[in-house]
Design a protein around this ligand. Structure first.
Ligand SMILES: Cc1cc2nc3c(=O)[nH]c(=O)nc-3n(C[C@H](O)[C@H](O)[C@H](O)COP(=O)(O)OP(=O)(O)OC[C@H]3O[C@@H](n4cnc5c(N)ncnc54)[C@H](O)[C@@H]3O)c2cc1C
Length: 408
Protein backbone atom coordinates (compact mmCIF):
# COMPACT_ATOMS: atom_id res chain seq x y z
CA UNK A 1 0.00 0.00 0.00
CA UNK A 2 1.40 3.39 -1.01
CA UNK A 3 2.25 5.65 1.93
CA UNK A 4 -0.46 8.28 2.28
CA UNK A 5 2.17 11.00 1.87
CA UNK A 6 3.05 9.93 -1.66
CA UNK A 7 1.28 9.29 -4.99
CA UNK A 8 3.35 6.16 -5.77
CA UNK A 9 5.90 3.83 -4.14
CA UNK A 10 8.37 4.33 -6.99
CA UNK A 11 8.68 6.68 -9.95
CA UNK A 12 10.76 5.23 -12.80
CA UNK A 13 12.05 7.73 -15.37
CA UNK A 14 12.47 5.92 -18.69
CA UNK A 15 10.72 2.90 -20.21
CA UNK A 16 13.78 1.38 -21.91
CA UNK A 17 14.96 -2.14 -21.01
CA UNK A 18 16.29 -1.00 -17.60
CA UNK A 19 13.15 0.86 -16.50
CA UNK A 20 10.73 -1.78 -17.78
CA UNK A 21 12.60 -4.70 -16.17
CA UNK A 22 12.81 -2.81 -12.88
CA UNK A 23 9.10 -2.03 -13.05
CA UNK A 24 8.07 -5.59 -13.92
CA UNK A 25 9.79 -6.98 -10.83
CA UNK A 26 8.83 -4.15 -8.46
CA UNK A 27 5.17 -4.08 -9.56
CA UNK A 28 5.08 -7.88 -9.41
CA UNK A 29 5.94 -7.63 -5.71
CA UNK A 30 3.01 -5.29 -5.17
CA UNK A 31 4.72 -1.89 -5.32
CA UNK A 32 2.74 0.96 -6.86
CA UNK A 33 5.04 1.87 -9.78
CA UNK A 34 4.69 4.84 -12.13
CA UNK A 35 6.89 4.76 -15.26
CA UNK A 36 7.16 7.89 -17.38
CA UNK A 37 8.83 8.13 -20.78
CA UNK A 38 9.28 11.24 -22.85
CA UNK A 39 8.88 9.32 -26.10
CA UNK A 40 5.53 9.33 -27.87
CA UNK A 41 5.96 5.63 -28.57
CA UNK A 42 8.08 3.29 -26.48
CA UNK A 43 11.11 1.99 -28.37
CA UNK A 44 10.75 4.51 -31.22
CA UNK A 45 12.91 5.86 -32.80
CA UNK A 46 15.30 2.90 -32.69
CA UNK A 47 18.90 3.88 -32.05
CA UNK A 48 20.54 0.49 -31.75
CA UNK A 49 22.39 -2.31 -33.53
CA UNK A 50 19.73 -4.57 -31.95
CA UNK A 51 22.08 -7.42 -31.00
CA UNK A 52 21.40 -9.27 -27.76
CA UNK A 53 22.86 -12.55 -26.46
CA UNK A 54 20.34 -15.36 -26.03
CA UNK A 55 21.52 -15.76 -22.43
CA UNK A 56 20.22 -12.30 -21.47
CA UNK A 57 16.63 -13.38 -22.04
CA UNK A 58 17.16 -16.73 -20.31
CA UNK A 59 18.55 -14.90 -17.25
CA UNK A 60 15.32 -12.90 -17.08
CA UNK A 61 13.26 -16.09 -17.23
CA UNK A 62 11.29 -14.65 -20.14
CA UNK A 63 9.96 -16.16 -23.32
CA UNK A 64 10.54 -13.62 -26.07
CA UNK A 65 7.70 -13.45 -28.62
CA UNK A 66 8.62 -13.91 -32.29
CA UNK A 67 7.69 -10.39 -33.37
CA UNK A 68 10.32 -8.92 -30.98
CA UNK A 69 13.28 -10.32 -32.92
CA UNK A 70 14.22 -10.60 -36.54
CA UNK A 71 16.39 -13.70 -36.35
CA UNK A 72 18.69 -15.78 -34.18
CA UNK A 73 22.36 -15.75 -35.22
CA UNK A 74 24.89 -18.48 -34.40
CA UNK A 75 27.81 -16.25 -33.45
CA UNK A 76 30.17 -13.62 -34.76
CA UNK A 77 32.65 -13.02 -37.55
CA UNK A 78 35.39 -10.64 -36.47
CA UNK A 79 37.47 -9.10 -39.24
CA UNK A 80 40.85 -7.39 -38.83
CA UNK A 81 42.16 -4.38 -40.78
CA UNK A 82 43.71 -6.62 -43.49
CA UNK A 83 40.51 -8.63 -43.95
CA UNK A 84 41.52 -11.70 -41.92
CA UNK A 85 38.34 -13.09 -40.36
CA UNK A 86 37.90 -15.14 -37.20
CA UNK A 87 34.58 -16.93 -36.86
CA UNK A 88 33.39 -17.40 -33.28
CA UNK A 89 30.57 -19.91 -33.02
CA UNK A 90 29.79 -21.72 -29.77
CA UNK A 91 26.73 -22.57 -27.69
CA UNK A 92 26.97 -19.27 -25.81
CA UNK A 93 27.57 -17.08 -28.87
CA UNK A 94 24.01 -17.45 -30.17
CA UNK A 95 22.09 -14.23 -30.12
CA UNK A 96 19.05 -12.33 -31.25
CA UNK A 97 19.00 -9.51 -33.74
CA UNK A 98 16.03 -7.76 -32.21
CA UNK A 99 13.25 -5.60 -33.54
CA UNK A 100 13.73 -3.09 -30.77
CA UNK A 101 10.66 -1.07 -31.48
CA UNK A 102 8.64 -4.15 -30.56
CA UNK A 103 11.05 -5.53 -27.96
CA UNK A 104 11.06 -2.40 -25.77
CA UNK A 105 7.29 -2.14 -25.97
CA UNK A 106 6.92 -5.80 -25.02
CA UNK A 107 9.11 -5.29 -21.92
CA UNK A 108 6.95 -2.30 -20.94
CA UNK A 109 3.79 -4.34 -21.46
CA UNK A 110 5.13 -7.04 -19.13
CA UNK A 111 5.53 -4.35 -16.46
CA UNK A 112 1.98 -3.15 -17.08
CA UNK A 113 0.68 -6.72 -16.80
CA UNK A 114 2.31 -6.89 -13.35
CA UNK A 115 0.50 -3.72 -12.29
CA UNK A 116 2.85 -0.85 -13.20
CA UNK A 117 1.41 2.27 -14.83
CA UNK A 118 3.27 3.54 -17.91
CA UNK A 119 2.78 7.02 -19.33
CA UNK A 120 4.30 7.97 -22.69
CA UNK A 121 5.09 11.48 -23.98
CA UNK A 122 5.70 12.40 -20.33
CA UNK A 123 9.02 14.02 -19.60
CA UNK A 124 10.48 14.52 -16.12
CA UNK A 125 11.79 18.07 -16.12
CA UNK A 126 12.78 18.68 -12.49
CA UNK A 127 13.31 16.72 -9.31
CA UNK A 128 11.25 17.69 -6.26
CA UNK A 129 12.51 17.89 -2.69
CA UNK A 130 10.46 18.21 0.50
CA UNK A 131 10.92 20.87 3.16
CA UNK A 132 13.80 18.84 4.68
CA UNK A 133 15.61 18.68 1.32
CA UNK A 134 14.69 15.00 0.81
CA UNK A 135 14.04 13.84 -2.74
CA UNK A 136 10.32 13.17 -3.05
CA UNK A 137 9.19 13.33 -6.68
CA UNK A 138 9.48 14.83 -10.13
CA UNK A 139 7.81 17.50 -12.18
CA UNK A 140 6.33 16.05 -15.38
CA UNK A 141 5.12 17.60 -18.58
CA UNK A 142 2.87 15.65 -20.94
CA UNK A 143 3.57 16.66 -24.52
CA UNK A 144 5.00 19.99 -23.36
CA UNK A 145 1.77 20.97 -21.56
CA UNK A 146 1.48 22.56 -18.13
CA UNK A 147 3.82 20.64 -15.77
CA UNK A 148 2.44 18.75 -12.78
CA UNK A 149 4.06 17.07 -9.77
CA UNK A 150 4.12 13.37 -8.88
CA UNK A 151 5.63 12.07 -5.68
CA UNK A 152 7.23 8.87 -4.38
CA UNK A 153 9.82 7.96 -1.73
CA UNK A 154 12.02 6.37 -4.41
CA UNK A 155 12.99 7.85 -7.78
CA UNK A 156 14.72 5.56 -10.28
CA UNK A 157 16.60 7.07 -13.20
CA UNK A 158 16.53 4.69 -16.17
CA UNK A 159 16.99 7.58 -18.58
CA UNK A 160 19.69 6.15 -20.84
CA UNK A 161 22.44 8.42 -22.18
CA UNK A 162 20.66 11.71 -21.40
CA UNK A 163 20.43 11.11 -17.67
CA UNK A 164 19.47 14.73 -16.91
CA UNK A 165 17.31 13.87 -13.91
CA UNK A 166 20.04 11.61 -12.50
CA UNK A 167 22.35 14.61 -12.74
CA UNK A 168 19.76 16.79 -11.04
CA UNK A 169 19.70 14.19 -8.24
CA UNK A 170 23.46 14.67 -7.81
CA UNK A 171 24.83 11.69 -9.78
CA UNK A 172 27.94 12.30 -11.90
CA UNK A 173 26.57 11.22 -15.27
CA UNK A 174 28.37 13.70 -17.53
CA UNK A 175 30.43 11.91 -20.22
CA UNK A 176 33.91 12.78 -21.42
CA UNK A 177 34.09 12.58 -25.23
CA UNK A 178 36.87 10.01 -24.76
CA UNK A 179 34.37 7.66 -23.13
CA UNK A 180 31.65 7.90 -25.75
CA UNK A 181 31.25 6.32 -29.19
CA UNK A 182 29.37 8.24 -31.81
CA UNK A 183 27.42 6.05 -34.23
CA UNK A 184 25.68 6.11 -37.60
CA UNK A 185 23.49 3.31 -38.92
CA UNK A 186 21.37 2.20 -41.85
CA UNK A 187 18.87 -0.58 -42.29
CA UNK A 188 19.80 -2.05 -45.68
CA UNK A 189 18.52 -4.62 -48.16
CA UNK A 190 19.39 -6.98 -49.82
CA UNK A 191 22.17 -8.59 -47.79
CA UNK A 192 23.02 -12.31 -47.91
CA UNK A 193 24.66 -13.47 -44.72
CA UNK A 194 26.18 -16.45 -42.93
CA UNK A 195 23.89 -16.14 -39.93
CA UNK A 196 26.65 -14.40 -38.00
CA UNK A 197 27.00 -10.85 -36.79
CA UNK A 198 29.99 -9.25 -38.51
CA UNK A 199 32.39 -6.80 -36.87
CA UNK A 200 35.12 -4.97 -38.83
CA UNK A 201 38.06 -3.36 -37.06
CA UNK A 202 40.82 -0.97 -38.18
CA UNK A 203 41.88 2.63 -37.73
CA UNK A 204 41.04 3.45 -41.35
CA UNK A 205 37.68 1.66 -41.09
CA UNK A 206 36.44 2.86 -37.71
CA UNK A 207 38.99 4.60 -35.48
CA UNK A 208 38.58 3.42 -31.86
CA UNK A 209 35.50 1.42 -32.83
CA UNK A 210 34.12 -0.88 -35.48
CA UNK A 211 31.71 -1.29 -38.35
CA UNK A 212 28.97 -3.82 -37.73
CA UNK A 213 26.67 -5.75 -40.04
CA UNK A 214 23.92 -7.42 -38.04
CA UNK A 215 21.78 -9.57 -40.34
CA UNK A 216 18.02 -9.43 -40.19
CA UNK A 217 15.27 -11.53 -41.74
CA UNK A 218 14.15 -10.98 -45.35
CA UNK A 219 17.72 -10.22 -46.50
CA UNK A 220 17.85 -7.04 -44.42
CA UNK A 221 20.76 -5.92 -42.22
CA UNK A 222 21.42 -3.34 -39.55
CA UNK A 223 24.68 -1.78 -40.80
CA UNK A 224 26.42 0.72 -38.57
CA UNK A 225 29.60 2.28 -37.28
CA UNK A 226 30.73 3.51 -33.90
CA UNK A 227 33.89 5.59 -33.49
CA UNK A 228 35.47 7.43 -30.55
CA UNK A 229 33.61 10.71 -30.05
CA UNK A 230 36.94 12.41 -29.26
CA UNK A 231 38.12 11.41 -32.75
CA UNK A 232 34.85 12.48 -34.36
CA UNK A 233 35.41 15.77 -32.57
CA UNK A 234 38.81 16.37 -34.16
CA UNK A 235 41.47 14.36 -32.30
CA UNK A 236 44.03 12.78 -34.59
CA UNK A 237 44.05 9.01 -34.77
CA UNK A 238 45.61 6.56 -37.28
CA UNK A 239 46.14 9.31 -39.85
CA UNK A 240 42.51 10.38 -39.56
CA UNK A 241 41.65 13.74 -38.05
CA UNK A 242 38.13 14.71 -37.21
CA UNK A 243 36.56 11.57 -38.68
CA UNK A 244 32.86 11.65 -39.54
CA UNK A 245 31.20 8.31 -38.78
CA UNK A 246 28.71 8.66 -41.64
CA UNK A 247 31.47 9.32 -44.18
CA UNK A 248 33.48 6.34 -42.89
CA UNK A 249 30.43 4.10 -43.00
CA UNK A 250 29.57 5.22 -46.54
CA UNK A 251 33.17 4.47 -47.59
CA UNK A 252 32.92 1.00 -46.07
CA UNK A 253 29.61 0.33 -47.83
CA UNK A 254 31.02 1.57 -51.14
CA UNK A 255 33.81 -1.04 -50.93
CA UNK A 256 31.56 -3.93 -49.84
CA UNK A 257 30.54 -6.07 -52.83
CA UNK A 258 27.02 -6.68 -51.50
CA UNK A 259 26.21 -3.49 -49.67
CA UNK A 260 27.39 -1.18 -52.48
CA UNK A 261 24.32 -2.27 -54.45
CA UNK A 262 21.92 -2.40 -51.51
CA UNK A 263 19.26 0.18 -50.66
CA UNK A 264 18.97 1.98 -47.36
CA UNK A 265 15.53 1.75 -45.76
CA UNK A 266 16.33 3.79 -42.66
CA UNK A 267 19.04 6.20 -41.48
CA UNK A 268 19.70 6.63 -37.80
CA UNK A 269 22.44 7.63 -35.36
CA UNK A 270 23.20 7.91 -31.69
CA UNK A 271 25.85 7.97 -29.00
CA UNK A 272 26.76 5.33 -26.46
CA UNK A 273 28.88 5.24 -23.33
CA UNK A 274 32.01 3.06 -23.51
CA UNK A 275 33.76 4.17 -20.32
CA UNK A 276 33.57 3.20 -16.67
CA UNK A 277 30.25 3.14 -14.80
CA UNK A 278 29.35 6.17 -12.67
CA UNK A 279 30.97 6.29 -9.23
CA UNK A 280 27.75 5.68 -7.25
CA UNK A 281 24.44 4.14 -8.31
CA UNK A 282 22.41 4.99 -5.21
CA UNK A 283 21.73 7.94 -2.93
CA UNK A 284 19.01 8.50 -0.36
CA UNK A 285 15.67 7.95 -2.17
CA UNK A 286 17.36 7.48 -5.57
CA UNK A 287 18.76 4.77 -7.82
CA UNK A 288 20.32 4.90 -11.30
CA UNK A 289 20.12 1.86 -13.58
CA UNK A 290 21.24 0.87 -17.09
CA UNK A 291 22.96 3.18 -19.51
CA UNK A 292 22.13 6.19 -17.28
CA UNK A 293 24.63 4.60 -14.85
CA UNK A 294 27.00 3.96 -17.81
CA UNK A 295 26.47 0.22 -17.41
CA UNK A 296 27.54 -0.56 -20.96
CA UNK A 297 30.16 -2.94 -22.39
CA UNK A 298 33.18 -0.72 -23.19
CA UNK A 299 34.33 -3.01 -26.01
CA UNK A 300 31.21 -3.26 -28.14
CA UNK A 301 28.87 -0.66 -26.63
CA UNK A 302 26.20 -3.28 -25.89
CA UNK A 303 23.96 -2.16 -23.07
CA UNK A 304 20.58 -3.88 -23.46
CA UNK A 305 21.50 -6.97 -21.42
CA UNK A 306 23.22 -4.95 -18.71
CA UNK A 307 20.25 -2.59 -18.49
CA UNK A 308 17.82 -5.47 -18.02
CA UNK A 309 20.06 -7.13 -15.47
CA UNK A 310 20.56 -3.93 -13.45
CA UNK A 311 16.81 -3.33 -13.54
CA UNK A 312 16.17 -6.67 -11.87
CA UNK A 313 19.01 -6.29 -9.33
CA UNK A 314 17.83 -2.82 -8.35
CA UNK A 315 14.16 -3.85 -8.13
CA UNK A 316 14.90 -6.66 -5.65
CA UNK A 317 16.63 -4.17 -3.38
CA UNK A 318 13.84 -1.61 -3.82
CA UNK A 319 11.30 -4.23 -2.75
CA UNK A 320 13.31 -4.80 0.43
CA UNK A 321 13.54 -1.05 1.06
CA UNK A 322 9.78 -0.77 0.60
CA UNK A 323 9.23 -3.51 3.21
CA UNK A 324 11.55 -1.71 5.62
CA UNK A 325 9.97 1.67 4.75
CA UNK A 326 13.53 2.91 4.49
CA UNK A 327 14.90 4.24 1.19
CA UNK A 328 18.18 5.51 2.58
CA UNK A 329 21.40 5.05 0.64
CA UNK A 330 22.55 2.26 2.98
CA UNK A 331 19.42 0.21 2.38
CA UNK A 332 19.62 0.74 -1.40
CA UNK A 333 23.36 -0.01 -1.56
CA UNK A 334 23.13 -3.84 -1.96
CA UNK A 335 22.12 -3.24 -5.61
CA UNK A 336 25.35 -1.35 -6.26
CA UNK A 337 27.39 -3.89 -4.29
CA UNK A 338 26.01 -6.82 -6.28
CA UNK A 339 26.49 -5.11 -9.65
CA UNK A 340 30.08 -4.15 -8.94
CA UNK A 341 30.93 -7.65 -7.69
CA UNK A 342 29.45 -9.39 -10.76
CA UNK A 343 28.85 -7.56 -14.05
CA UNK A 344 31.11 -4.74 -12.90
CA UNK A 345 34.12 -7.07 -12.85
CA UNK A 346 33.54 -8.12 -16.47
CA UNK A 347 32.96 -4.50 -17.50
CA UNK A 348 36.26 -3.49 -15.88
CA UNK A 349 38.14 -6.19 -17.87
CA UNK A 350 36.55 -4.97 -21.09
CA UNK A 351 37.48 -1.36 -20.33
CA UNK A 352 41.08 -2.42 -19.79
CA UNK A 353 41.00 -4.21 -23.15
CA UNK A 354 39.47 -1.20 -24.91
CA UNK A 355 42.16 1.11 -23.56
CA UNK A 356 44.93 -1.19 -24.78
CA UNK A 357 43.43 -1.92 -28.21
CA UNK A 358 42.83 1.75 -28.98
CA UNK A 359 46.61 2.38 -28.88
CA UNK A 360 47.46 -0.42 -31.32
CA UNK A 361 48.33 0.42 -34.97
CA UNK A 362 46.61 -1.38 -37.86
CA UNK A 363 49.78 -3.33 -38.54
CA UNK A 364 49.95 -4.52 -34.94
CA UNK A 365 46.21 -5.22 -35.00
CA UNK A 366 46.77 -7.45 -38.06
CA UNK A 367 49.45 -9.28 -36.09
CA UNK A 368 46.99 -9.76 -33.22
CA UNK A 369 44.44 -11.26 -35.66
CA UNK A 370 47.10 -13.53 -37.18
CA UNK A 371 48.21 -14.75 -33.74
CA UNK A 372 44.91 -15.69 -32.13
CA UNK A 373 42.03 -17.95 -33.08
CA UNK A 374 38.40 -18.43 -32.07
CA UNK A 375 39.41 -20.39 -28.94
CA UNK A 376 41.19 -17.31 -27.60
CA UNK A 377 38.16 -15.04 -27.98
CA UNK A 378 36.21 -16.28 -24.93
CA UNK A 379 39.39 -15.97 -22.84
CA UNK A 380 39.93 -12.41 -24.03
CA UNK A 381 36.31 -11.40 -23.47
CA UNK A 382 36.36 -12.91 -19.98
CA UNK A 383 39.47 -11.00 -18.97
CA UNK A 384 41.83 -14.02 -19.09
CA UNK A 385 44.39 -12.21 -21.17
CA UNK A 386 47.63 -14.07 -20.29
CA UNK A 387 47.38 -16.95 -22.83
CA UNK A 388 46.38 -14.88 -25.87
CA UNK A 389 48.88 -12.12 -24.99
CA UNK A 390 51.69 -14.72 -24.79
CA UNK A 391 50.81 -15.90 -28.31
CA UNK A 392 50.82 -12.33 -29.62
CA UNK A 393 54.13 -11.48 -27.94
CA UNK A 394 55.80 -14.65 -29.22
CA UNK A 395 55.68 -13.23 -32.74
CA UNK A 396 56.11 -9.55 -31.86
CA UNK A 397 57.83 -9.03 -28.49
CA UNK A 398 58.03 -5.28 -29.11
CA UNK A 399 54.28 -5.16 -28.31
CA UNK A 400 55.03 -5.88 -24.66
CA UNK A 401 54.81 -2.23 -23.62
CA UNK A 402 51.49 -1.75 -25.47
CA UNK A 403 49.92 -4.92 -24.07
CA UNK A 404 51.38 -4.77 -20.57
CA UNK A 405 48.17 -3.10 -19.36
CA UNK A 406 46.42 -6.44 -19.89
CA UNK A 407 48.86 -8.33 -17.70
CA UNK A 408 48.60 -6.17 -14.57
C1 LIG B 1 23.81 3.39 -32.32
C2 LIG B 1 23.68 2.46 -31.14
C3 LIG B 1 23.77 1.10 -31.33
C4 LIG B 1 23.62 0.22 -30.23
N1 LIG B 1 23.65 -1.12 -30.47
C5 LIG B 1 23.47 -1.96 -29.43
C6 LIG B 1 23.40 -3.36 -29.65
O1 LIG B 1 23.48 -3.85 -30.78
N2 LIG B 1 23.25 -4.16 -28.56
C7 LIG B 1 23.13 -3.67 -27.29
O2 LIG B 1 23.03 -4.46 -26.33
N3 LIG B 1 23.17 -2.35 -27.07
C8 LIG B 1 23.32 -1.49 -28.10
N4 LIG B 1 23.31 -0.14 -27.87
C9 LIG B 1 23.14 0.35 -26.49
C10 LIG B 1 21.69 0.19 -26.04
O3 LIG B 1 20.82 0.79 -26.96
C11 LIG B 1 21.51 0.84 -24.66
O4 LIG B 1 22.56 0.48 -23.81
C12 LIG B 1 20.17 0.40 -24.02
O5 LIG B 1 19.08 0.91 -24.76
C13 LIG B 1 20.09 0.90 -22.59
O6 LIG B 1 18.82 0.69 -22.04
P1 LIG B 1 18.28 1.69 -20.92
O7 LIG B 1 16.95 1.19 -20.53
O8 LIG B 1 19.31 1.89 -19.89
O9 LIG B 1 18.15 3.10 -21.67
P2 LIG B 1 17.33 3.50 -22.98
O10 LIG B 1 17.00 2.32 -23.80
O11 LIG B 1 18.11 4.59 -23.61
O12 LIG B 1 15.97 4.08 -22.41
C14 LIG B 1 15.92 5.30 -21.73
C15 LIG B 1 14.53 5.85 -21.85
O13 LIG B 1 14.44 6.98 -20.96
C16 LIG B 1 13.64 7.96 -21.58
N5 LIG B 1 13.95 9.25 -20.96
C17 LIG B 1 15.16 9.88 -20.94
N6 LIG B 1 15.07 11.03 -20.23
C18 LIG B 1 13.78 11.12 -19.82
C19 LIG B 1 13.07 12.10 -19.05
N7 LIG B 1 13.66 13.18 -18.56
N8 LIG B 1 11.75 11.88 -18.81
C20 LIG B 1 11.12 10.78 -19.29
N9 LIG B 1 11.75 9.84 -20.03
C21 LIG B 1 13.06 10.00 -20.27
C22 LIG B 1 14.01 7.86 -23.05
O14 LIG B 1 12.98 8.37 -23.88
C23 LIG B 1 14.19 6.36 -23.24
O15 LIG B 1 13.03 5.71 -23.71
C24 LIG B 1 23.44 0.75 -28.94
C25 LIG B 1 23.38 2.14 -28.74
C26 LIG B 1 23.48 2.99 -29.84
C27 LIG B 1 23.36 4.47 -29.62
Amino acid sequence: MTSKNYDYDVIVIGAGPAGSCFSRIAAGAGLNVMVIDKRKEIGVPVRCGEALGLGEIIKQDLDIPKHCYSLVVDGAKIVGPNGKAIKWVAEDTRGYVLERKFFDKWLAELAVEKGATVKTYSRATEVLKDEKGKLCGVKVTHGGREPYDITAPLIVSAEGMESLMARAMGFKTVHALYDVDTCYEYEMKPYDHENLIELYFGNQIAPRGYVWIFPKADKKANVGIGIGANIANGEKRGGIKGADPKILLDEFIEKDKQLQNASSLLDFGGVISVGAPINEFVKDNAMVIGTAAKQVDPIHGGGIGMAMEAGVMAAKVAIDAHKKKDFSKNVLYPYEKEWRATTGVTAAHRLKLRKVLEKVSDDDFNHVFNSINEKDLPEIMNGKFAGPVAKILAGRPQLLAALSGLLS
